[in-house]
Design a protein around this ligand. Structure first.
Ligand SMILES: Nc1ncnc2c1ncn2[C@@H]1O[C@H](COP(=O)(O)OP(=O)(O)O)[C@@H](O)[C@H]1O
Ligand SMILES: [Mg+2]
Length: 326
């Protein structure tokens, strides 16, 4: 077991009577890529903010690199780099100016500012965009500038809150290449949140979080082992009728996901003939899949992590931001 670099004990955050984070405990090992996976509103950002000393816990204890977030706030802040969920660059400044102000804010020694900015931009492959006004950059480039900014003060732990949210799949893949290269080069501990299942696969360990509680914490492989058997995905001409028939005539628990019906069976090979016999000509498509983290979440909660379930708070923030832009 590697040394613990983050230790969280019985952490709770309440907003009025609402409990956003509900008595969670976990630790992160040095050099680990640790992920929080959960739907919108689960409490991921709130937890990160408390670890980075931006929000105060209602109760519980957090130590970062051995320092308490309550007693040694400044040391903790110098230890962590944070890439916020919401875009946080100044659109009207150049890439270099954004980085420069951050370096000043974090008291990077004057003589080191230039080499650090150069190195950080090199790492995210934006050395040639130093003079560009941020406003004209693509979403993926802006995210890369934020990653460069997050590492300028050479933090020991990098927090990435939904690092690829809102980006197209190809850009997401590129951002991940930069994150993994960074990890390799600097041997940083990385703490990230996501509600994209396939991203969680990059993590060494994942805490699945829902309604402010950690409901499972393990390696991606071990989490997937929790769901035994094969995943059968069926598309039929009438999903409600199929659902009813499966519920009444098999011992399985079918669920509707989008246009398809999913069910977990002990052995796909044994069940395929029976399912074909039962559903016959209604079948439009039929597929047997390996277990994914999606299935794990469904298994744990009975619900899916949906990408469109922004929490009321997030929607409110989004609307306020839109209004400011008009
Ligand atoms: N400043 C705040 N005031 C009131 N409620 C908040 C505040 N920040 C977050 N919440 C609520 O706490 C819950 C957890 O939010 P958050 O940590 O942002 O979730 P996640 O990052 O997992 O999407 C949500 O229901 C959200 O609406
Ligand atoms: Mg969040």
């Amino acid at each position: 077991m590697t040394d613990q670099i983050i230790n969280v004990q019985h952490l709770t955050k309440k907003y009025g009577t609402f409990t956003a984070v509900n008595d969670i405990s976990f630790s992160v090992g040095e050099g680990e890529i640790f992920g929080f996976l959960g739907p919108n509103g689960a409490g991921k950002t709130t937890t990160i903010k408390m670890i980075c000393t931006i929000a105060e816990p209602t109760c519980g204890e957090i130590s970062v690199n051995g320092y308490s977030t309550r007693r040694d706030q400044n040391t903790v802040r110098a230890t962590v780099g944070l890439i916020f969920q919401d875009p946080s660059l100044d659109n009207n400044l150049t890439v270099h100016e954004n980085l420069y102000f951050h370096a000043k804010l974090y008291h990077v020694p004057a003589g080191e500012i230039k080499p650090r900015i150069d190195a950080a931009l090199e790492l995210v492959n934006l050395a040639d965009r130093r003079k560009s006004i941020v406003r004209i950059l693509s979403g993926g480039m802006k995210r890369r500038v934020e990653i460069a900014r997050g590492i300028l003060h050479t933090p020991t732990i990098l927090f990435l809150d939904e690092p690829t949210i809102g980006l197209d799949p190809q850009t997401r893949k590129h951002i991940w290449e930069y994150i993994l290269a960074l990890k390799e080069k600097e041997n940083m501990t990385m703490f990230l949140t996501t509600h994209y299942m396939e991203e969680a696969e990059y993590c060494d360990r994942i805490a699945v979080i829902d309604n402010g509680k950690i409901i499972a914490l393990d390696t991606p492989a071990n989490l997937k082992n929790m769901v035994r058997g094969d995943q059968v995905v069926i598309k039929t001409s009438d999903k409600d009728k199929t659902l009813k028939r499966l519920e009444e005539q098999t011992g399985f628990e079918p669920v509707i996901r989008g246009d398809n019906i999913h069910l977990t069976v002990p052995s796909g090979r044994d069940e395929i003939p029976k399912l074909f016999k039962l559903l016959g000509d209604d079948i439009v498509e039929f597929d047997v899949k390996k277990t994914s983290l999606d299935d794990v979440f469904l298994h744990l909660t009975g619900r899916e992590i949906r990408e469109d379930t922004a929490s009321a708070h997030d929607r409110m923030k989004q609307r306020a931001k839109m209004r400011r832009k008009i």
